[in-house]
Design a protein around this ligand. Sequence first.
Ligand code: ZN
Length: 501
Amino acid sequence: MLNKLLLSIRVPRRLLGGINRYLHEIPLSKDRYGIKRAPFSSITDKDIQHFQNILPVQNQILLGPEETTGYNRDYFRYVRGLGTIVLKPRTTNEVSAILGHCNKRRLAVSIFGGNTGVCGGSIPVFDEIIVSMELMNRIEAIDEYSGILVCQSGCVLEQLEEQLSAKRMIMPLDLGSKGSCQLGGNLATNAGGIRLMRYGNLHGSVLGLEAVIADGTVIDLMSNFKKDNTGYHLKRMFIGSEGTLGVITRVAIACPTATTTQNVLFLGMESYEAVLRTFLESKIRLGEILTSCELIDRVSLEVTVEYLKHAAPIGNFPFYMLLETTGNKKEHDDEKVREFLEFAIGRGIVADGVLACEPSKVEKLWQLRERIPAATYSNNFCLTYDLSLPLERFYDIVPAMRERVGHLVKVVCGFGHIGDSNIHLNIAGDVLTNEVQQLVDPFVYEFSRKLNGSVSAEHGIGLLKPKYLSYSKSAEAIALMKQLKVMMDPKAILNPYKVLV
Ligand code: ZN
């Protein structure tokens, strides 16, 4: 059944709420993951006094357990640290002064963004000094001619999107967590999201950045040009470095022109082969207007429908896909979408589907994809994996995992960005037993290694995956990463215990 075409506009979407929603205490990361404190100094009253001189404005420093609790635990309940002080710089110079002092004193630092990370990368493990970027939220320039946004790194993604929309521009990335996540954190983790298929990843769209390295030196890599081949592309080192090489303070990013039409298709398929055919045909027939191509398996839809208390948009199928098109000429887009659907349904590739372009209906369909993580995280525990896998074997991990732990947990589901070969695997239930944990890890990572996949397509390594880095990187590459770390942060004060161990 196809819904009647209606006028569409872009709508904001949210996944995450606040950071304090915990009903029960999270174990300390140091105990849960068996981590020993490195020989860093401990903060003294003299250090606090020094920070007060650097950050003179009220509310730039938080002290004590009550004030710092929300900065010591992640939204997903994986990690909890023991940080006792939060510093909130407003300028690059303040970041520089903070790091300069920490480096001199060998005080470890943990860098905190919007707290939407999934691998514990932004939460302290012990008493690291928490540097929160939330006050560095100034937009410096939006140039509609060049399409470039220049801003501080603590800007929230959704707020940037709102400011850009006045100039008919959009951010090149869109995430379920856009209401909370910060651009600096997006860069530090090289976040992907649901527009990557159309607009590419941040290595392409970030034109320049400014970062402060461990000794407080400001590295100015800002550029307002798409083309700049003057020497090594050092900005790329900071993108995806997860706060281990420096603190990103400013960003220049290329932003696409806004589109004015939107269609969302929610389709059902009888087999994974039909999913692949649909993906291929959507690329061929929708071409330049195809923005997102997402896979949702039956279990993912079931748990999300139940969580949202929505009715499923179509009947039961083993696989669903959510396709979004955006463009500038409605008749043109509608015609393409209609022809694609006629072909896919006519050939029996797509078994059923709905089409929406009216904002509330679009929003509702997108929720069925974007709220899958929230639905699975509403269980007592949820293990989440994000793998890049070759498309022909993309979904095999899900039935393999069901066979291993399906009888021991409530949910094993697969969903994600099939347009980018990136699957999310979530395993959720009431009690996370050692048996389940051991049946899942390292099987998931070994599965990925056998297929030359990536153990982290878009979430990063953080605290949770350093021991699996070698599954996706050669020994020589890891050795070079370690050399860079020593060169740029010789006292290893930046985000210790993360990425490299
Ligand atoms: Zn994702």
